[in-house]
Design a protein around this ligand. Structure first.
Ligand SMILES: *Cc1c(COP(=O)(O)O)cnc(C)c1O
Length: 510
């Protein structure tokens, strides 16, 4: 299958799209057309285990190049690193409400769903494209992508990973997870700025001829582990299908029935994957886009105007503290009727004037397919508390935002005497133990100063088992302490030093 740029300048194979990450014209790669999944195939999916389901959905886009067998083996290997019997359990909370737990991977956030698999997709794609150079994965992270990319690519031959995160913008556990990272091919630095600064810088470096040439001279080719890479997006489509067929198997729905998904949203990658699933024929009624106090998206869906001229807030759901959601570009491209010029113009307006508008016709498409809302910190805490109090289910702060917006969505479609019975699946994007202090506070009102004390208290409160990978952090010496200015040149210089093999920090003694 071929992939085209949202800005019209390029058409490439799937392998090339994965190797390159971003199109040369600055656009994002999208499939030339959407493959479909039939009812019969849905029934077959229900019989498969998760790795098989994932390989099947990925295969719709990539099997012609990467091969069915290869995809199957890769999915099996990737998801064998997940804890528990089912890598992606669907948990029934009450009535029509379900939670899809996407956090059982090695770094305890949903980014593992794609980043445990991406190294395999990339390896084969490089072979197919005859790439001779090593790959340098460059990632901007709001907290979770960074760690998942580091862990996914750690010591993978022929690759290096460099991660930039906002110095003040990630949670303590996230910072610790990245700071202690081991492996001989990794580099981590904090940037004096927010996530948008990190993402903008990384995208600029991708587009810089000079930067790319300099790395090529060192035998390195840049690629992306952010959801701008189709190889990162594709594995995320699979779990929407998986949740649906789990509901089928549990006889909660009949084939063809529509369901809703609630998605805690930041860079718009996760929810876009859901929209792709819908294009492929999955019966989805509404995709509910949940934002935290940084509610650019909620306003955009309400007004048809994307406007980033506003304050940036730090919240207890840091992985969603984003003002410029990259993947929205893919949706804009689609609702404009695949008008690349229009899409490019809007992205230019965004870069130059910090805003753009969509037409009433486009807005009508969004209204039909999405519900968007946001939750304040208080609303999030209350929603988390209520579900724990009523059903004994503890969730993380990002999922809490999803839940609070779920409540608003329910209110918008129900009245006293008209209840809605459509199943709603809330995507749970992180393990609650990743944000132990905030989760403890939400569930019990208790404040603790120390994350590990938070884990202990949370364990007493919920009786839920803390994941070993987070408990271990306490005893691991810190390795990466670099802080760089929010400056493209300085970031590029750090990357060059890393590319030259100059940065091999030795962990502190502990
Ligand atoms: C990345 C992330 C999100 C947001 O996902 P997007 O694909 O960026 O919209 C939500 N919650 C958690 C825990 C995350 O790590």
């Amino acid at each position: 299958m071929y992939f085209i740029s949202t800005r019209g300048g390029e058409k490439v194979t799937g392998a090339r799209a994965i190797v390159q990450g971003l199109a040369k014209d600055g656009g994002l790669f999208v499939p030339e057309s959407f493959p479909t999944v039939t009812k019969e195939e849905l029934e077959k999916l229900a019989e498969m285990n998760y790795p098989e389901r994932a390989a099947f959905i990925l295969g719709k886009y990539l099997a012609d190049e990467l091969g069915e067998e290869y995809l199957k083996e890769s999915c099996e290997k990737a998801y064998s690193s997940f804890e528990g019997k089912d890598p992606v359990p669907l948990v029934k909370i009450n009535g029509e409400m379900y939670v899809l737990e996407l956090f059982h991977g090695p770094t305890c956030a949903f980014k593992d769903m794609a980043l445990t698999l991406l190294p395999y997709l990339l390896k084969k794609s490089c072979e197919l494209e005859g790439i001779k150079e090593d790959i340098l994965i460059l990632a901007a992270t709001s907290g979770d992508t960074g760690k998942a990319a580091l862990e996914g690519f750690r010591d993978v031959p022929g690759t290096k990973v460099a991660v930039f995160y906002p110095d003040e913008g990630v949670a303590k556990m996230q910072r610790l997870q990245m700071g202690i990272q081991d492996g001989d091919n990794v580099f981590v630095a904090a940037v004096k700025g927010n996530f948008d600064d990190c993402q903008r810088a990384v995208k600029k470096l991708f587009a810089s001829e000079e930067f790319n040439q300099e790395l090529l001279k060192k035998g390195l080719r840049v690629s992306s582990a952010n959801s701008i890479n189709f190889g990162r997006l594709a594995p995320q489509i699979a779990y929407y299908f998986s949740a649906y067929v789990d509901l089928l198997t549990a006889e909660q729905i009949e084939i063809g029935d529509s369901i809703d998904f609630v998605v805690p949203t930041g860079n718009f990658g996760d929810i876009l994957a859901g929209w792709y699933a819908k294009q492929m024929g999955l019966p989805i009624r509404k995709l509910v886009c949940a934002s935290n106090r940084n509610k650019v998206l909620a306003d955009f869906f309400r007004d048809g105007k994307y406007d980033v001229k506003r304050n940036f807030y730090r919240t207890m759901s840091p992985s969603m503290d984003i003002l410029v959601s990259s993947n929205l570009e893919r949706l804009l491209f689609e609702i404009s009727g695949r008008d690349a010029k229009q899409t490019a113009d809007r992205m230019k307006a965004l870069a130059e004037h910090k805003e753009y508008n969509i037409t009433t016709k486009e807005k009508a498409i969004l209204d039909e397919q999405f519900f968007a809302g946001f939750a304040t910190e208080d609303e999030t805490v209350e929603a988390m508390y209520d579900v724990f109090d009523e059903f004994g289910y503890a969730m993380d702060t990002h999922t809490g935002v999803g839940l609070a917006v779920y409540v608003k969505y329910k209110q918008s479609i129900e009245t006293e005497d008209k209840k809605d019975k459509t199943p709603i699946v809330v995507l749970s994007t992180a393990n609650p133990y990743k944000f132990p202090q905030d989760v403890l506070y939400a569930l019990s009102g208790n404040d603790v100063k120390d994350s590990f004390k938070g884990i202990k208290r949370l364990n007493l409160l919920t009786a839920m088992k803390p994941p070993k990978c987070l408990l271990d952090l306490r005893y691991r010496p810190l390795r990466f302490k670099t802080v760089v200015a929010n400056d493209l040149g300085k970031m590029a210089a750090e990357i060059m030093k890393f590319a030259d093999g100059e940065i091999i920090p030795v962990p502190d003694k502990k």
